[in-house]
Design a protein around this ligand. Structure first.
Ligand SMILES: Nc1ncnc2c1ncn2[C@@H]1O[C@H](COP(=O)(O)OP(=O)(O)OP(=O)(O)O)[C@@H](O)[C@H]1O
Ligand SMILES: [Mg+2]
Length: 229
C-alpha cells in the first residue's frame, strides 16, 4: 500500500520539479552588457534623466519624461496617487526593468554599463509587500547577513522601531514567525523588513509603502530626514 502511495507521490513530485526548473531556468530580459564594468563603491548620487518607461505589452507609458536628482545623503519621498508610478520608478533603480527612453545614473555611471551584482549589492529595498520566512525574528533580520552578531541585529531593529514589539514577545528575538510561528501584523512585518535592509547598511535605501504618508510607519521613522519632492 505504501509503495503504491510513494509511486503516486513520485509522479507528482516529478511534475512539480519540472515547473520549478522552468522558473529556475527562466532567463531575465535584463542582463549584463558584454563589457559591463563593476560599479565601484558609490556615494549615492542618483539621477533620472528624461526617463520614459512602459511595461512590455503595456500601451501608454507609465512614466513620461521623469527627471530628478537625489544627492548623496538626502532622504527624498515620492508622493503620488495609487497607480501613478512610484513603484515603477523604484523598480528601475536596481534594474528590475530598463527605461524605454532616457537614462539613470548613480554617481555618473549609467546603470546599463555596470554589472547587476555590483549595482544591486549597494541597494537595499523594502518592498510594498514584505516577505518573512519561516524562522525566528532574528534569522529574518539577518537574512542578508547570516554572520551578523546579536548586537548588530538589535541595533538594526532599534533603528527600524521594531525592538520594543519584539521584546514584548515571550521569546523576544527567538520568536518563530512565518508559517508555523507567531503571525506578525502588517506594520510589524514591515519593520522587520526595514531592520533587514538597515542591517546591510546599503548606500542606497529604498522604502516602498502604500500607506498614506501621515500614518505610515516609514515616514514616522524617517520623518526627521525627509525631504518631500
Ligand atoms: N508589471 C506590470 N505590468 C504592466 N503594468 C504595470 C505593472 N506594474 C504596474 N503596472 C501599471 O503601471 C502603473 C503604475 O504602477 P505603480 O505600481 O508604479 O504605481 P504606484 O504609484 O506604486 O501605486 P501604489 O501607490 O498603489 O503602490 C499602473 O497603472 C499599473 O497598472
Ligand atoms: Mg506602489
Amino acid at each position: 500500500m505504501m509503495f503504491g502511495m510513494i509511486v503516486t507521490q513520485m509522479g507528482q513530485a516529478a511534475a512539480s520539479a519540472d515547473r520549478i526548473f522552468e522558473i529556475l531556468d527562466a532567463k531575465s530580459d535584463i542582463v549584463d552588457k558584454p563589457n559591463a564594468s563593476k560599479l565601484p563603491a558609490v556615494k549615492g548620487d542618483v539621477k533620472f534623466e528624461n526617463v520614459t518607461f512602459r511595461y512590455v505589452g503595456g500601451g501608454e507609458p507609465v512614466l513620461k519624461n521623469v527627471s530628478f536628482e537625489v544627492k548623496s545623503g538626502e532622504t527624498v519621498a515620492l508622493l503620488g496617487a495609487t497607480g501613478s508610478g512610484k513603484t515603477s520608478i523604484i523598480n528601475l533603480l536596481p534594474r528590475f526593468y530598463d527605461p524605454t527612453e532616457g537614462g539613470i545614473t548613480i554617481d555618473g555611471h549609467d546603470l546599463r554599463d555596470v554589472t547587476l551584482d555590483s549595482l544591486r549589492s549597494q541597494i537595499g529595498i523594502v518592498l510594498q509587500e514584505t516577505t518573512l520566512f519561516s524562522g525566528t525574528i532574528s534569522e529574518n533580520i539577518a537574512f542578508g547577513k547570516p554572520e551578523a552578531t546579536h548586537a548588530e541585529i538589535e541595533s538594526a531593529a532599534k533603528a527600524a522601531a521594531a525592538h520594543d514589539f519584539i521584546m514584548s514577545f515571550p521569546d523576544g528575538y527567538n520568536t518563530h514567525v512565518g508559517e508555523r510561528g507567531t503571525t506578525l501584523s502588517g506594520g510589524q512585518k514591515q519593520r522587520v523588513a526595514i531592520a533587514r535592509a538597515l542591517l546591510l547598511d546599503p548606500r542606497i535605501l529604498i522604502l516602498d509603502d502604500s500607506t498614506p504618508v501621515w500614518m505610515s510607519p516609514l515616514s514616522r521613522i524617517f520623518r526627521k530626514r525627509l525631504k518631500l519632492l
